[in-house]
Ligand binder design. Sequence first.
Ligand SMILES: Nc1nc2c(ncn2[C@@H]2O[C@H](COP(=O)(O)OP(=O)(O)OP(=O)(O)O)[C@@H](O)[C@H]2O)c(=O)[nH]1
Ligand SMILES: Nc1nc2c(ncn2[C@@H]2O[C@H](COP(=O)(O)OP(=O)(O)OP(=O)(O)O)[C@@H](O)[C@H]2O)c(=O)[nH]1
Ligand SMILES: [Mg+2]
Ligand SMILES: [Mg+2]
Lengths: 279, 291
Amino acid sequence: IGQGRHIDQDFLDELEYRLLAADIGVAKTEAIVAEVQQRYKAGELAPGEELLDLIKRSLRNELEESLPEELNWAESGPTVVLVVGVNGAGKTTSVAKLAKRFKDLDKKVLIAAGDTYRAAAVEQLEIWADRVGVDLIKQKTGSDAAAVAFDAVAAADARGADLVLIDTAGRLHNKEHLMRELEKVRRVIQKRVPAAPHETLLVLDATAGQNAIQQAKLFDASMGITGLILTKLDGTAKGGVAITIKRELGLPVRFIGVGEGMDDLQPFEPDAFINAILG
Amino acid sequence: SISERFSSIFDKLRYGGALTEDNIREGLREVRRALLEADVNVDVVKEFLDKCTAKAVGEDIVKGVEPGQQVVQIVHDQLIELMGESDTEIPFAKNGPTVILMAGLQGSGKTTTTAKLAMMLLGMGKRPMMVAADLQRPAAIEQLKILGEHVGVPVFHESGMTPPELCAKALKHAEGDNRDVILLDTAGRLHVDDQLMDEIADVSKRTKPTQTYLVVDSMTGQDAVNSAKAFNERLEIDGVIFTKLDGDTRGGAIVSLRHIVGKPIKFIGVGEKIEAVQPFQPDRYARRILG
Ligand SMILES: Nc1nc2c(ncn2[C@@H]2O[C@H](COP(=O)(O)OP(=O)(O)OP(=O)(O)O)[C@@H](O)[C@H]2O)c(=O)[nH]1
Ligand SMILES: Nc1nc2c(ncn2[C@@H]2O[C@H](COP(=O)(O)OP(=O)(O)OP(=O)(O)O)[C@@H](O)[C@H]2O)c(=O)[nH]1
Ligand SMILES: [Mg+2]
Ligand SMILES: [Mg+2]
């Protein structure tokens, strides 16, 4: 797509198709197509530049690179990261991956089994803690999630951990009582460490369609989301909803999940993301 | 709603004229936007609207009914036709146990749905058994065993075998334990992971499932068609189960898969609890998406 320098209807149709197929959404797709046309008419195509570069620039303007330090580290004391999202998005696996990443960067990492609800959720994270080689704060299934979070933050503080990653149960954003429960987890954490959570990362499945925007809106309204982890990008889904989420809510993608292993996490790179969308 | 978005375009038309291709196309542009926003696949939307246009062109405007409303009715009728008849039966095997293979992408809800079906089958007087054949996800076996305890259905698992070997052995075990329905819970996999697609094809070859169900997250966007096509090619899907419909997604993937895979949507998951499964009602869903 975009090879060459001439805009015609075929080109516009192909561009629209690619963007829609990537879950960019109809409103955003129309906006991008209109913008590309406008820039072309305004003569923004540099000599020797292909149309493809014009499209890439339009998309690139929407996105932000991941932080140079990768996380918003606490000024002092442990950095508390809360990991939230809908059921099955990849939270637990992402917690394991984050733990591995920062352990390899010589950080002292603690993880917490904040999903006290789902069958074998604690066991799942126990296995990961063992594989990665980090300590796990847990209580048995059925206990209070906020209590686990509190214990985790207290332990991180007491042990001088650099980073504590708190896994939470999957929940659908339209379930008010579950969103209230998550808000309670945050308040309880704040009792122990007022500046916490320093990061609240929303885990989004890259296969999700436009409903991901609603997920981001409601989790942000409840919790204040500081960044996204876009998982399962090793599949064929492109995760284009991230562009609308950035545009409408200002939430940047921090990391992407590209597999089921503990090393399958990468910092977000907008250019690679855009190249995958445009094929 | 789609009905409201039509009125502004069509209420300029007077009675007695035919709907022209131009004003139909303009009205259907609104339908197109609505369907795409609802995550219906872009190719499916195109085919669907071409069909609606063909139906609508040349139809005389019925006096007393707004032209826009007539086009809405055509869209509604075509969607009902696309969604097909309700088909929520599990066709049990005539001889021997019924084998149900659960397949799908990571995190779609297979394990939870396996337990939900087991509970449903118990309620139908069956003697189901579940097989923990996900050897890959940490604590997957444990997860199914815990669910099995909640439902009161045995879970079969033996270590030291590959998933195809385990599933084949499970069938033998079921015979010995007089189980008449065997539910095979498998690991989530990507349709582009050749090795894992070969593996599940092997499970299917060895166990000859009576039913193979694709379990799909109802929030899935445009990619739903890609994975469904691939699974259908390797496995011959008999039905689709959409999960997490207790969420607020419009669930356009339901329309896409009904059209592309052409197999019935058997059940929907409507919650995390084991009781939260319902038979799929096509007309009720058509109303959800057009709403
Ligand atoms: N291919 C692929 N699979 C992933 C990725 N991230 C997670 N998964 C898989 O997705 C499935 C669900 O992951 P979990 O980590 O259990 O998801 P979760 O959000 O914690 O789920 P709940 O706690 O049940 O809400 C597992 O099979 C993971 O291995 C990824 O980046 N790529
Ligand atoms: N709200 C809601 N949650 C569901 C539904 N079905 C499954 N879940 C949840 O979705 C998450 C993933 O479910 P699993 O059954 O572990 O999914 P899976 O397909 O077996 O996952 P993998 O084996 O990792 O591929 C869990 O948190 C389930 O409780 C549903 O219908 N509604
Ligand atoms: Mg989890
Ligand atoms: Mg499973």
